[in-house]
Design a protein around this ligand. Structure first.
Ligand code: SAH
Ligand code: SF4
Ligand code: F3S
Length: 435
């Protein structure tokens, strides 16, 4: 019997890349490849990359540099670059790093097996098209193997918003929604294989229009699937948060009380220059409406500090907005100039200023997150257990609000959804006992 070929995939960037990596591995599985976590054993190395900030893109080139030795030992090793750097810099990657055999963008990876075949005689293959056809219709049906309790499921891709700092509209293309019946089929299939929580993914997931009633319509259909216990979605844009989706947070039990709703900044001047198309006040009013529907909703956000022409006063506006919202979790970044985006051409904030603002912003966010987490002590929460913890006999799971929760108890297995009384709050997680 011939040995199966081995595929090593390294994934950078957002959750959609995690989903795409699974689908690419499945596509190569159809060609007889099995996954390995050791690049030195691989017949094919695939980097699924992210272009969102300069550092993310540079990581790809330094990782490729590390494979030089492997490739000179084994010339038949194939090296591929997928994802958003592939889309943005396809030709450039081939020039800068001659050991790359194959480049494939996020909208054309259903063609990965064909592209691989083209490299067999030493040729190079590049595909960064935005094809008319839906890649999901061309991918293999998903394997029937048992899965862990949580899964991502892409329902929408691309972005038409063109925030002045962001590469995503260029790397992922225009907004496209998958038809609801296809999403529901995939969800039912995931549940049959052991999944109990599904996170719907999209660059603008709440702009989903594959169901006549939008994302709320899709969520209500998903909620009817027996065995599916929890539904989440990410990432949303404030302007696409419609009345029905707000209402769903109040009346759909399976929709978890956690919402990632990035605002980026709190000064109207900066929001305007970012082309976010809303004011700070509108964002705050929206959160009031969401919390009227679901009072315990935990908010999460993304923030950029040091956007071009951001003054100290503008930055104070961001701190004020954060103080008003009280975030349960948040991600914050220094503005990074991205070639081809409008903001890259504007007067930049000095690096030292960005560092200082990021520190102050993160100090505030950390205090808020910790306060909300500490407030869980003494409460009873739902926890979906995912895997064994580091201590013997311990299991780790996620609360409804997405906190990591550790519980030591006999007989718990991944996929169990139990009520847990929280007894302790640590730096990054909670500890509890079965209620
Ligand atoms: N589609 C999502 C997120 C896209 S990228 C949304 O619209 O919210 C994830 C986050 O990266 C963004 O929310 C933003 O905070 C950050 N980001 C994007 N471009 C950036 C840049 N040029 N510099 C710094 N942070 C950036
Ligand atoms: Fe980027 Fe803005 Fe689109 Fe989000 S909404 S992906 S930040 S352009
Ligand atoms: Fe990065 Fe592309 Fe996701 S740029 S954040 S991998 S959409």
């Amino acid at each position: 019997m011939t040995q199966p070929k081995k595929l090593f995939i390294k994934t950078y960037g957002c959750q959609m890349n995690v989903y795409d990596s699974e689908r690419m591995a499945e596509a190569m599985g159809g060609q007889g490849y099995v996954q390995t976590d050791r690049p030195e054993d691989a017949d094919m190395i695939l980097l699924n990359t992210c272009h969102i900030r300069e550092k993310a893109a540079e990581k790809v080139y330094s990782e490729l540099g590390r494979y030089k030795g492997l490739k000179s030992d084994r010339p038949d090793l194939k090296i591929g670059v997928a994802g958003c750097v592939a889309q943005a810099e396809g030709e450039e990657i081939m020039r800068r790093q001659p050991l790359v055999d194959l480049v494939v963008g996020p909208q054309s990876y259903h063609r990965l097996p064909d592209l691989m075949a083209r490299t067999s005689n030493g040729a190079k293959a590049l595909d960064t098209d935005f094809p008319e056809e839906d890649k999901f219709e061309h991918l293999k049906s998903r394997p029937k193997a048992k899965r862990g309790p949580t899964a991502f499921l892409t329902v929408q891709e691309g972005c038409d918003k063109f925030c002045a700092f962001c590469v995503v509209p260029y790397t992922r293309g225009a907004e496209v929604s998958r038809p609801a019946d296809r999403v529901l089929d995939e969800a039912r299939d995931l549940v049959e294989r052991g999944v109990r929580e599904i996170t719907l993914l999209g660059q603008n997931v709440n702009g989903y229009h594959g169901h006549e009633k939008g994302l709320a319509g899709l969520i209500r259909e998903l909620a009817k699937i027996d065995g599916l216990a929890r539904i989440r979605f990410t990432t949303s844009h404030p302007n696409d948060m419609d009345d029905d989706l707000i209402a769903a947070h109040g009346d759909c039990d399976k929709l978890m009380p956690y919402l990632h709703l990035p605002v980026q900044a709190g000064s109207d001047k900066i929001l305007k220059r970012m082309n976010r198309q809303h004011t700070a006040e509108q964002y705050l009013r929206l959160i009031e409406r969401l919390r009227a529907a679901r009072p315990d909703l935990h908010m999460s956000g993304d923030f950029i500090v040091g956007f071009p022409e951001e003054t100290e006063e503008d930055f104070q506006g961001t701190l004020d907005l954060i103080a008003a919202v009280e975030y349960g979790s948040a991600f914050s970044f220094k503005y990074s100039e991205r070639p081809g985006t409008p903001a890259a051409e504007r007067p930049q904030v000095p690096e030292a200023e960005k560092d200082d603002r990021l520190q102050r912003l993160q100090a505030l966010l950390t205090r808020q997150q910790r306060a909300l987490q500490d407030a869980m002590v003494g409460r009873e929460l739902g926890v979906l257990f995912e895997k064994p913890g580091r201590m013997p006999g311990q299991m780790v799971g996620k609360s409804d609000y997405l906190h990591a929760v550790h519980v030591a108890a006999e007989g718990l297995v991944p996929g169990d959804l139990r009520r847990v009384r929280i007894v302790e709050s640590g730096p990054n997680s909670l500890k509890g006992v079965l209620a």
